[in-house]
Design a protein. Structure first.
Length: 386
């Protein structure tokens, strides 16, 4: 794909590295991780550097677009937030980080909404119909899941919207078209009612030889090729899974859980999002894995109720990191190895420093650029108990 400067790059909050050579992006991200390691007082020699992304463009398999306007009293827009703005929205129909189908669907949806004269939901005054458009794609299955999110302030023409979507010339096949009702004043997408207008309410994806059902609201890595490499590298750090019980904490839809279950005696996944756990259980059934257990609960609460003690622990927390009490529980098991996957270098090294106090030595750290042109960096650390 030939790179072109995005027409809204100066105002859009989606990218941080527009116009920066990819080699320089990698150097900046690697420097950020090195700096965090140094600031935490960890041995800089444990850092093995950063791995480049398998694909620099069209890699994202999920986008949440918001309806709004760029300026007060301006026309309706559909896309991403302006930099440092809670309200202003820019139409992002030429984004190069997503498959071209995403841009086509966005443009067609915005045109449909304009023709219908629909209003957008105003975040400040809490009125209006249109809220969000969520598009997800299974890269290995070539399936699309399209979800339009509205309030119930006025009637949304579901039949006309579906006809418009099914009439688009797309490269991927549509697995489902959904309509989510959300009257909550919060900016977070919440589901009060989910209507299936076409197909099903999930798409399927393949990773590490396993097949996964990904629901409309399930967490799943947004770059499947990069995530597959990340997970394989993480699992390869474990000395031996045979005959062992392994915990996968903050497991999402259970991707790593199931990959480890192929060798482990038992794999237990914990995730607070109930829909993600339901999807994980269904995927385990599809993959013929009977030695997986999935728990829908906060990690701290879940650990208190699990009778089988772990031999190995894998943690992949959100950007906020691991809650201190949960971290103490995790370190308290005294397992030989902990694999820590992180998407936030700051909370990452803070946790490693805390683990050092509990006699866990960080043997190595590898950074991963899974999201080119953005500020985000992932990393894996191998911790071993002294």
């Amino acid at each position: 794909m030939e790179y072109k400067i995005c027409p809204i790059h100066e105002e859009c909050g989606g990218c941080s590295y527009q116009g920066v050579a990819y080699e320089d992006q990698l150097k900046n991200k690697e420097g950020e991780v090195r700096g965090a390691i140094r600031a935490a007082g960890l041995d800089p020699n444990i850092f093995l550097g950063i791995k480049a992304c398998p694909e620099v463009f069209s890699y994202r398999d999920k986008m949440e677009y918001t309806f709004g306007n760029a300026q007060k009293e301006g026309p309706i827009e559909l896309g991403l937030h302006k930099k440092k703005s809670f309200i202003s929205i820019l139409t992002a129909d030429q984004c190069q980080l997503v498959p071209d189908d995403f841009n086509k669907i966005l443009s067609a949806t915005l045109e449909f909404v304009k023709e219908k004269g629909y209003t957008f939901f105003h975040k400040k005054f809490h009125y209006g119909l249109m809220r969000s458009l969520v598009i997800r794609k299974g890269f290995r299955t070539n399936e699309l899941l399209i979800n339009i999110v509205t309030t119930t302030e006025s009637e949304f023409d579901e039949d006309a919207f579906l006809k418009m979507i099914l009439g688009l010339e797309l490269d991927a096949k549509i697995a489902g078209v959904l309509h989510t009702i959300n009257n909550n004043i919060s900016d977070v997408i919440q589901c009060e009612e989910l209507r299936i207008l076409y197909g099903r309410n999930y798409y399927e994806e393949e990773i590490m030889g396993l097949r996964f059902k990904v629901g409309a609201f399930s967490f799943f890595q947004t770059n499947v090729a990069a995530a597959e490499r990340l997970y394989k590298d993480a699992i390869s750090l474990i000395d031996d899974l045979n005959g062992k019980v392994v915990y996968d904490l903050y497991c999402g839809t259970g991707t790593i859980t199931q990959a480890m279950a192929l060798k482990a005696k038992k794999a237990i996944g914990v995730e607070i999002v109930e829909e993600a756990i339901e999807t994980a259980r269904e995927s385990a059934r599809i993959n013929g894995l009977s030695n997986c257990e999935f728990i829908a609960d906060d990690v701290q609460n879940a650990l208190a109720g699990i009778e089988e003690k772990p031999d190995v622990i894998v943690v992949d927390p959100p950007r906020s990191g691991i809650f201190p009490k949960a971290l103490m529980q995790i370190l308290g098991y005294g397992v030989k190895q902990i694999i820590y996957i992180s998407c936030n270098p700051k909370t990452f090294v803070e946790t490693l420093r805390a683990a050092k106090m509990a006699r866990y030595e960080t043997k190595q750290i590898t950074a991963y650029d899974n999201f080119p042109y953005t500020k985000h960096t992932e990393a894996i650390a191998l911790l071993e108990r002294k």
